[in-house]
Design a protein around this ligand. Structure first.
Ligand code: BLA
Length: 314
């Protein structure tokens, strides 16, 4: 890009120059999350054999209603891994990555979760190893999976500080090392986020690699039900749904959410949303459409450096 003439008003900038300026800013502001997924795929393949998931064929390609946006999906399974799936959406104005990896119910390993939403105005980030079991009131599961990861979580929570109040209910699905942050676009922040993503994913692969298969039927049932509850929560209340509906329409968005993003709802259990979250029920048996009953909570990080919960509810 040639330097702009120093004299003259804005109106004197030629059309081609204005176009070049605009596209330069776009190049700076647009981020692609593809390299995150490429990393996860390569790294997973170094540990295990991924095979395409049976759901891939149905959801392999989707376009937005206006035909301008392609929604890209990937889904695999592997020994110990029930579902590895990602959805990415990249337009000039928004970039989204919704990536999760769910273990088979024989393993109580956390669910890997990376949710990144980027627009011209902001970036919204959740990166976590979502616990399958209680880490707020009980220590056992927390010690098993998170104790050794606290230093890593602490380092990244300083680089990517707490994003402020969020849907109160979400906190029970997060771990003491959750990265919940918002920032305005900058190359430095993306580099830190990419580094956090790689480190968290490598740790997750270590956890699943080391995990021994559970043989106690009651424990397997508990793992399955915990995963089902998680899927049921997200399929009903995930914040991305409004945008997905806008992009691809109500029917396709619901199908994508239920059968791709949170696949397993129909197989892992039979309980319904209100069985798990009765506080959302109206007397006539319908579900309150509000995302939160508790409301937005947790202005600051409710976990201390020792991984103790210091928030006020639950
Ligand atoms: C916002 N996404 C958010 C927020 C959270 C999450 C915490 C802040 C708003 C809030 O407090 O709820 C993410 N919430 C999670 C995750 C869990 C949870 C990961 O409970 C796990 C248990 N996000 C997507 C997709 C899109 C998307 C696919 O995953 C879009 C297609 C968008 N997320 C998105 C948008 C917002 C958001 C637009 C801001 C809108 C809002 O705050 O309501």
């Amino acid at each position: 890009l040639k330097p702009l003439p120093l004299t003259g008003t804005c109106t004197s900038i030629s059309r081609s120059c204005r176009w070049r300026l605009k596209s330069t800013f776009k190049q700076i502001s647009a981020i692609s999350y593809h390299k995150f997924i490429d990393f996860a795929l390569d790294e997973t393949r170094r540990h295990t054999d991924l095979v395409p998931s049976p759901i891939q064929e149905k959801f392999k390609s989707m376009n937005s209603k206006d035909g301008k946006t392609e929604l890209q999906t990937l889904s695999f399974q592997a020994p110990k891994i029930r579902l590895f799936r990602s959805l990415s959406i990249e337009t000039e104005d928004i970039q989204v990555l919704d990536f999760a990896v769910f273990p088979e119910p024989e393993f109580d390993v956390p669910i890997f979760c990376a949710n990144f939403f980027t627009s011209n105005r902001t970036n919204i980030v959740v990166l976590d190893l979502n616990p399958l079991h209680d880490v707020i009131h009980q220590n056992e599961y927390k010690e098993k999976y998170f104790k050794s990861l606290l230093p890593l979580g602490l380092m990244y929570s300083e680089l990517l500080p707490w994003g402020g109040k969020l849907t109160g209910e979400s906190i029970k699905f997060f771990s003491p090392i959750v990265i919940w942050t918002r920032f305005s676009s900058s190359q430095h922040k993306y580099d830190v986020l990419y580094s956090a993503f790689r480190d968290y994913y490598k740790e997750w692969l270590e956890l699943i690699g080391r995990a021994a298969e559970e043989t106690d039927a009651r424990q397997i049932f508990k793992n399955r039900e915990a995963q089902h509850r998680y899927l049921t929560w997200r399929a009903e209340k995930d914040p991305g749904q409004a945008l997905l509906k806008k992009l691809i329409g109500d029917t396709l968005a619901k199908d994508l959410v239920r059968n791709f993003l949170f696949n397993g709802i129909d197989e892992l259990g039979t309980r319904k949303f209100l069985d798990y979250f009765p506080e959302y029920g109206y007397e006539d048996g319908t579900i309150n459409e509000k995302r939160s009953i508790i409301g937005k909570s947790f202005e600051s990080r409710p976990w201390n450096a020792k991984g103790e919960f210091i928030g006020d509810i639950c």
